[in-house]
Design a protein around this ligand. Structure first.
Ligand SMILES: NC(=O)C1=CN([C@@H]2O[C@H](COP(=O)(O)OP(=O)(O)OC[C@H]3O[C@@H](n4cnc5c(N)ncnc54)[C@H](O)[C@@H]3O)[C@@H](O)[C@H]2O)[C@@H](O)CC1
Ligand SMILES: [K+]
Length: 501
């Protein structure tokens, strides 16, 4: 499903009207009808609806919804919250249809606030700009104050559609019925909570009017269809030979988790390169993995034999390797000498910020997998800026350095060097734990070896990781006790449920 900025949504509407012959009032009728249909399915007939109608096309949707619910015998009070002269164009057309149907508009009194059980918020849509002006400022506060179920149309009134805005006041919806396509603010941390339970409603735009915004929200079906199948003749070479580099004397666990995740997600052969002192214990717990000692100074990796890169299908580096000086030279060597996809995570990202010019020179596929803080450090932005602008900041970094970016969070945003983006939303707060990222790195290493396109590889890898957590917490585990190592074991259920034919 495509994710749009407000201007892209307007462009779809414009194309539908100007190029594909749909009059604006017909689009509005279709939108309102589809939305009313979902409201009808969701709420029983004994609810008392209070529809708040604003002055733009969002209000126009409100008029259609109020009329259709009344046509169907629902108890609806409709209130136009702006003066008559503000209602124009398609919204005015539908206001007239509403009144000609014999339906009244009410004044918004204390009694109406108290009588309603469901408020339909059709006050402001994606056209909101700047701080709320009267009467919307008070109305938004009132909607949030009264104890009705709050249903927002398209977007909670007052909420920006796009990323970036820091200050706003908005309806805190319980349910939002989004028109046609999710907007960016559904995915940014400071705004997503306002949507409540969000559902996208298809309003039937002509398919040709829908242009590709190059931003996609992944659904389970996409993963199932796109996942590469293993040929019956699969051997370890066709599943991929991966190299993981990381771990320091005091941090053996990260590499062990990543290596285990890599083989559990289907790698043909995984080699783990780490400081020699860690190998006996790690090898004991992972008999399927090959181990290789690196050069070592003060308990951290200080050099790697570049021959070990030969014959590998992908390399992942940086987890648990520490931030001491010698690591930087190791990362520099890897950036220069790795001729296959190279994934950089964790402490590797710390070193990378001093090696951005080397990164820019690198020609082969490179993947960085930062969380918000690491992204902030890489780009020099504050964490607040990254949280508010995850789409554009990822996109800029990906384009500037020609890399794939996996910006990890409740909605992970995966960006290709050409700016194409996929949002993967599976997973839950049980994953917010040390070690989760290491497991993801192991999975992504395997995915990079098995998929033709890195963007697909990364999206599917994030899906496996997130779904594993979801399936586990739907069963024996909870978000409190879920461990990264459980997520590795949970991969079996994800493959069985979603991938296996
Ligand atoms: N053909 C179309 O145009 C369609 C429009 N749709 C609906 O139309 C909406 C967008 O319509 P509009 O572009 O008219 O925009 P809105 O309905 O979001 O709002 C525009 C109105 O809000 C006022 N406003 C903006 N910022 C304000 C602020 N800070 N304080 C107070 N008032 C403010 C403006 O003066 C204007 O009257 C979508 O969200 C969607 O609900 C959908 O029905 C799909 C079809
Ligand atoms: K709204």
């Amino acid at each position: 499903m495509q994710i749009v900025r407000a201007e892209e949504m307007y462009e779809w509407d414009r194309r539908a009207m100007d190029e594909y012959g749909r009059e604006g009032y017909i689009l509005m009728e279709n939108a309102g009808r589809a939305l009313a249909g979902r409201i009808r399915e969701k709420f029983p007939k004994d609810e008392k609806f209070l529809v708040l109608i604003g002055g733009g096309n969002n209000g126009g949707d409100g008029y259609v919804i109020a009329r259709i619910l009344k046509d169907q015998g629902f108890d609806v009070t409709a209130v136009q919250v702006v003066p008559d002269e503000k209602i124009e164009g398609d919204a005015l057309y539908h206001k007239n249809v509403y009144t000609k149907s014999g339906y009244d508009l009410a004044e918004l009194t204390e009694q109406e606030w108290n009588r309603g059980t469901v408020v339909i918020d059709a006050m402001l849509g994606i056209g909101v700009k700047g701080p709320l002006r009267p009467p919307f400022d008070d109305l938004v506060r009132d909607v949030n104050l009264y104890g009705m179920h709050r249903v927002s149309i398209d977007i909670p009134s007052g909420l920006p559609a796009d990323e970036g805005e820091e200050e706003f006041e908005a309806v805190k919806a319980d349910t939002t019925f989004i028109v046609q396509a999710p907007k960016l603010s559904l995915f940014t941390e400071h705004t997503s909570g306002y949507y409540g339970e969000a559902e996208v409603v298809d309003i039937g735009l002509p398919p040709l009017s829908v242009t590709d915004p190059a931003r996609e929200w992944r659904a389970e079906e996409d993963v199932k269809e796109g996942y590469p199948r293993l040929p019956a003749s699969a051997h370890k070479g066709s599943r991929g030979k991966g190299l993981l580099i990381g771990g320091a004397q005091m941090m053996p666990g990260a590499l062990v988790m990543a290596a285990k995740a890599s083989i559990r997600s289907g790698a043909g052969l995984t080699t783990a390169a780490t400081v020699p002192g860690n190998i006996p214990s790690a090898a004991g717990s992972l008999p399927e993995v090959m181990f290789m000692g690196t050069e070592e100074v003060d308990g951290v990796i200080s050099g790697i034999d570049t021959d070990s890169l030969t014959g590998k299908d992908a390399v992942a580096a940086g987890i648990g390797m520490g931030r001491k000086e010698p690591g930087r030279a190791v990362m520099e060597t890897l950036l220069k000498e790795t001729k296959v996809p190279l994934l950089i995570d964790a402490d590797g990202l710390y070193h990378l910020r001093f090696l951005l010019d080397v990164l820019k020179e690198r020609e082969e596929v490179t993947v960085v997998t930062p969380h918000v803080k690491e992204m902030a450090d890489l780009t020099g932005e504050s964490t607040g800026e990254v949280k508010r602008n995850p789409f554009s900041i990822s996109s800029k970094f990906a384009r500037d350095y020609g890399v794939y970016v996996v910006l990890k969070g409740p909605h992970t945003i995966i960006t290709a060097p050409d700016g194409r983006q996929i949002v993967e939303s599976s997973g839950n707060e049980g994953l917010a734990k040390g070690g989760s990222g290491d497991v993801l790195t192991g999975i992504l290493l395997t995915m990079l070896m098995q998929h033709e396109h890195p963007l697909e590889a990364l999206a599917n890898g994030c899906f496996l990781h997130g779904k594993s957590a979801e399936l586990l917490t739907a069963g024996e585990r909870t978000v409190y006790d879920l461990l990264p190592t459980d997520v590795v074991e949970g991969l079996s259920s994800v493959f069985r449920t979603y991938i296996k034919e």
